[in-house]
Write a protein that binds this ligand. Structure first.
Ligand SMILES: [Zn+2]
Length: 396
């Protein structure tokens, strides 16, 4: 691999960024570091702005996402380079240490935050190289979205106009630099509120309708018929999960209420609807079949929210074509196109009308205390980012 970036500098940058806490909604410090790094690369402050995504986020938060618009030194379609800046709570307090070709957290109780500081550092290292070596490049937009880990908030709420209407888009949030994530599943979140009727559990249980009994009957029904966990019906595939149940008030009271949080995923929007329908039916039937002596039955209410829509990029999408070429140019290997069963910022970007490829910069085992950064892969990710920022292989 020919290297163009300053590898020592890139590794020390990613190490520095991983040590900065930045839970979803608390991204001020990390974004300040990003702005500092960009200023160091002589990006003028006037090119940077923050959107107001946090004011519309269900989680609130300290700051909006950072958007940086750079004019091209040559003409060409605008390119977007993006990486989310927030980390999951288990990264808090991480002290990155290098051992050989790996970086881990010194404290075995914390994750590293390579998800996604590796992506952020890859973009920043590419921009630093671009500026210091005065390489030609088309118009570029850098986008550092907030609150990815709690539901892809920054990418959901961004507007393409604020991004300068880019035509190609690349998102760093993965492992191996030669793997391109070009398809991802879609998901719904479902909150079911069950209302029963309270009564004394010992004296007059027959006056009550147990919300907990309704919830368990519905869940048992879904489980028995194969609608929980991995769902395979004919050629259709999906998953579902009941994540939490809350309910009841006391041991001696027939439970008057219960809340069930569930999620449903499938690459097929239609099959996702089918699963949701089946969930509703099970809860409605369970409610109808639980009555007290007076004939009163339980009630159920659903709040369903699209977390993110699935997508599948075409191999001829300009972003895919460019990413495949960049991987080949940098690693000498053919890119592997991957489909993932989780949500990415790319789900929302693609939904907004901008097909977005997600690439890797060395992160592995995210969200766990085993999280690790592979330095070679990270540096490969930096080179691919530089190649994509230039719009062609930089002169060596
Ligand atoms: Zn991530």
């Amino acid at each position: 691999m020919t290297t163009h970036i300053d590898t020592t500098r890139a590794v020390s940058l990613v190490t520095k960024l991983m040590a900065i806490p930045g839970k979803s909604g608390e991204e001020t410090r990390i974004l300040k570091a990003v702005v500092g790094e960009l200023r160091g690369a002589k990006v003028p402050a006037s090119a940077m702005r923050f959107d107001r995504a946090h004011t519309r986020s269900p989680f609130g938060g300290e700051t909006g996402s950072l958007i940086v618009r750079l004019p091209g030194t040559r003409s060409g379609p605008r390119r977007l380079l993006m990486a989310h800046v927030d980390t999951v709570p288990v990264c808090e307090g991480c002290k990155p240490v290098r051992r050989g070709n790996r970086i881990r957290s010194a404290d075995r109780g914390t994750a590293l935050g390579a998800d996604n500081r590796s992506g952020v550092a890859a973009i920043l290292s590419a921009v630093r190289t671009l500026r210091s070596r005065k390489l030609d490049h088309p118009p570029l937009t850098l986008f550092f979205p907030i609150q990815e880990e709690v539901g892809l908030v920054g990418s959901r709420l961004v507007s393409l106009r604020d991004l300068g209407n880019p035509k190609l888009a690349f998102n760093w949030d993965g492992g191996a630099p030669d793997e391109l994530m070009t398809a991802a599943t879609g998901a719904y979140r479902m909150k079911t509120t069950i209302e029963g009727v309270a009564s004394h559990a010992g004296v007059h249980p027959e006056d009550g309708v147990s919300a907990i009994a309704i919830a368990s009957a519905a869940i048992a029904d879904l489980d028995r018929d194969g609608w929980l966990g991995l769902i395979e019906k004919g050629t259709q595939r999906g998953t579902s999960n009941v994540g939490t149940i809350e309910g009841g008030s006391a041991c001696n009271v027939v439970a008057p209420h219960a809340t069930v949080l569930a999620e449903v995923r499938s690459h097929s929007p239609r099959f996702r609807e089918t699963i949701l329908k089946r969930f509703r039916r099970s809860f409605e039937r369970a409610a109808a079949s639980h009555r007290n002596v007076a004939g009163r039955q339980g009630k159920v209410r659903f709040e369903i929210r699209l977390d993110y829509e699935s997508f599948k990029l075409k191999t001829r999408d300009p972003s895919v074509v460019a990413a495949v070429a960049a991987v080949k140019a940098v690693t000498g290997r053919a890119a592997k196109l991957k489909t993932v069963n989780g949500g990415l910022d790319a789900n929302w970007m693609t939904r907004h009308g901008l097909p977005t490829v997600t690439l890797g910069a060395g992160q592995h085992h995210p969200h766990t205390v085993d999280e690790v950064l592979h330095i070679d892969e990270f540096l490969g990710g930096c080179e691919v980012a530089l190649n994509l920022a230039c719009g062609e292989a930089p002169p060596s």
